[in-house]
Design a protein around this ligand. Structure first.
Ligand SMILES: O=c1[nH]c(NC[C@H](O)[C@H](O)[C@H](O)CO)c([N+](=O)[O-])c(=O)[nH]1
Length: 195
């Protein structure tokens, strides 16, 4: 579809030293799955190690900003208390109070994630719900990115119907999977941040 011709020509960078987070919603999971896979495929193709790709899920797109912020905060604590066992997932599982203290302690500095990809699929219903979520999620993800200094790749499809969603997840034959663009963007932004 013509969306593909408008996208930037892919740039190829060495991802072998990168650590990338993927936070994805579970709403519309038949669309989410190929998007996540497309992003992961491009990360692996760039040399990112499977063990350096951390995947977390949330119920819906509304939860993406807080989950991205917490994943960043959790990885911050991990890096400062060097050698702390467990994965970011354990920290995310702890109580809200712990997380509040945890994220309060984490200073805004470069965490071990070089970039975090936020993936969600918002499909317009018959109410204004869609507009409110879309507006808040996009502003929220942009804020987390600027506050933390970690590139947060905007992988949220905001479409009017299922067909449009499928056409952007590569599900319609011959269509382009935008998840691939998000994987490439994560590598490019990470490499440029390190140099
Ligand atoms: O990810 C989505 N969440 C949606 N709603 C749930 C929302 O993201 C939150 O999970 C929920 O409001 C609880 O906070 C959607 N719709 O309502 O249509 C949607 O299309 N996609």
């Amino acid at each position: 579809d013509n969306m593909h011709t408008k996208g930037p020509a892919p740039q190829y960078h060495d991802g072998s030293n990168l650590r990338i987070g993927i936070v994805h919603a579970r709403w519309n999971d038949t669309i989410i799955e190929p998007l996540v896979q497309g992003a992961k495929d491009k990360l692996l193709e760039a040399g990112v190690k499977e063990s350096n790709i951390v995947v977390q899920t949330v119920p819906g797109a509304w939860e993406l900003p807080i989950a991205v912020q917490r994943l960043y905060a959790a990885s911050q604590v991990q890096s400062s208390s060097a050698g702390a066992g467990g994965s970011a997932g354990d920290l995310l599982g702890s109580s809200t109070a712990d997380l509040a203290s945890l994220s309060a302690r984490s200073s805004v500095s470069t965490g071990p994630f070089d970039a975090i990809i936020a993936i969600g699929v918002l499909i317009k219903g018959e109410t204004m719900h869609f507009e409110y979520i879309t507006e808040s999620v996009s502003h929220g993800l942009m804020r987390v990115s600027l506050d933390t200094g970690v590139p947060v790749i905007f992988g949220v499809l905001t479409v009017l119907n299922d067909e449009q969603a499928k056409a952007r997840a590569g599900i319609i034959p011959g269509s382009h999977n935008h998840g691939e663009d998000w994987g490439l963007a994560a590598v490019e932004m990470s490499v440029k941040r390190k140099n």
